[in-house]
Design a protein around this ligand. Structure first.
Ligand SMILES: Cc1cc2nc3c(=O)[nH]c(=O)nc-3n(C[C@H](O)[C@H](O)[C@H](O)COP(=O)(O)O)c2cc1C
Length: 367
């Protein structure tokens, strides 16, 4: 099986035209003091473009709500200074022949950051809950919800205005949008709550519709989703293919072009009786393009890496088998690209002995 044929085919969808199927996964780096991406941040992304990553997704960058972030060093996607920083980032990536979309983000209810920094208003979410039994903020009012939807739309419009190639809405990993999806954190009795996942998707759908309205028909919209939560690795929001279909198709109808299906290990199957993974099922049920992710090219997964576990390079054969079968269109790669801007070229040129593993120390600086 040829890595070159499979991973190094171009891909085009609306505004997104990329030279290969490799996507840099969004990774929070916290190197943007007061929310402003620095010149070092721009250099970090430009190096990935020089390293021939097809599509770069930015670290999560927060929308214009006072309590959308729990960390003063996470970049904003609003305000003149932060947007000027992002303009530098995208200009650098384009000058190196790359493509990029920001991952727009509202964290929802959070743990307080270890730095001691807190936003000037309490965190906000569907029901004040980050996980069962942990309340650390306010339940959003209708006005809060409406303003948040508008803020997502404004961020997407700014992404397009600055020249980004697409936008990704962060709907995964237990943050705001996912807090609406999950019944354990959405206990609302109004139209944003409900017994079914489809009912609890109303907030996400309104966000997607607003984003689509702001960017027009031809700008590619990605949404990142995960069944797993930081508080529950084995959680399944959609327990059957039928539930998955009822969850995803309304989002596709609302304007999603690409589903970015977050797993900790891409080879893990979603439902009994099939070896399809999350991205495989999403593509089969919606007909939309999908991105897979999770331990591609590494033998250990990323949450264990935060705890200090190191990972070594591993084979891409299983990934290529699934991709050749048409399970997904794009492959997101996190830690290998965080640690090594040249990972893509090494894979393309079969320089396997030069591949690096990942250890926690890589998080300490932008290389
Ligand atoms: C340091 C770090 C920061 C991350 N930050 C984000 C983030 O801001 N948004 C997001 O959706 N996922 C985030 N993730 C998850 C990655 O996008 C990716 O899904 C995960 O690392 C699995 O891919 P990998 O096994 O190739 O590293 C982060 C992962 C790492 C290692």
């Amino acid at each position: 099986m040829s890595t070159n044929n499979t991973l190094f085919r171009p891909f085009s969808l609306k505004s997104l035209n990329i030279k290969n199927r490799i996507v840099m996964a969004p990774m929070t780096r916290s190197f943007s003091p007061n929310g402003v991406p620095t010149a070092d941040v721009a250099t970090y992304y430009r190096k990935r473009a020089e390293g021939e990553v097809g599509l770069i997704l930015s670290e999560g960058t927060v929308i214009d709500r006072v309590s959308s972030s729990n960390d003063a060093n996470i970049p904003h996607f609003y305000g003149n200074d932060a947007l000027a920083g992002w303009q530098n980032v995208i200009d650098g990536v384009h000058s190196a022949g790359g493509a990029m979309g920001p991952q727009i983000w509202h964290m929802g209810i959070m743990d307080n950051h270890r730095s001691g920094w807190v936003p000037s208003q309490p965190f906000e979410g569907p029901s004040g809950l980050n996980r069962p039994g942990f309340n650390n903020g306010n339940t959003m009012t209708d006005a809060d919800i409406a303003d948040t939807i508008t803020a997502f739309g404004r961020a997407a419009a700014d992404a397009k205005r600055l020249g980004f190639d697409c936008v990704e809405i962060h709907g995964a990993h237990g943050y705001l949008i996912d807090q609406f999806f999950w019944d354990a954190t959405n206990q609302r009795t109004d139209i944003y709550g409900g017994k079914t996942l489809a009912e609890r998707s109303r907030f996400a759908i309104e966000v997607i519709k607003e984003v689509r309205k702001q960017v027009g028909d031809d700008f590619a919209i990605i949404i990142r989703l995960s069944q797993w939560k930081p508080a529950d690795y084995t959680n399944q929001l959609a327990k059957t293919p039928q539930e998955l279909e009822a969850w995803l198709n309304p989002m596709a109808d609302a304007g999603v072009d690409i589903f970015h299906c977050s797993q900790r290990r891409f080879w893990e199957t979603e439902y009994e009786g099939s070896d399809l993974n999350f991205a495989g099922w999403a593509k089969k049920l919606t007909g939309k393009a999908t991105i897979t992710v999770g331990s591609v090219g590494l033998d250990g997964e990323f949450l264990a890496a935060f705890g200090g576990a190191s990972s070594n390079p591993s084979s891409l054969d299983e990934l290529l088998r699934r991709m050749d079968r048409g399970d997904f269109d794009l492959v997101a790669v996190g830690r290998p690209l965080l640690a090594d801007p040249h990972w893509t070229q090494k894979i393309r040129d079969n320089r396997t002995t030069e591949l690096k593993g990942f250890s926690k120390e890589a998080l300490m600086q932008l290389v």
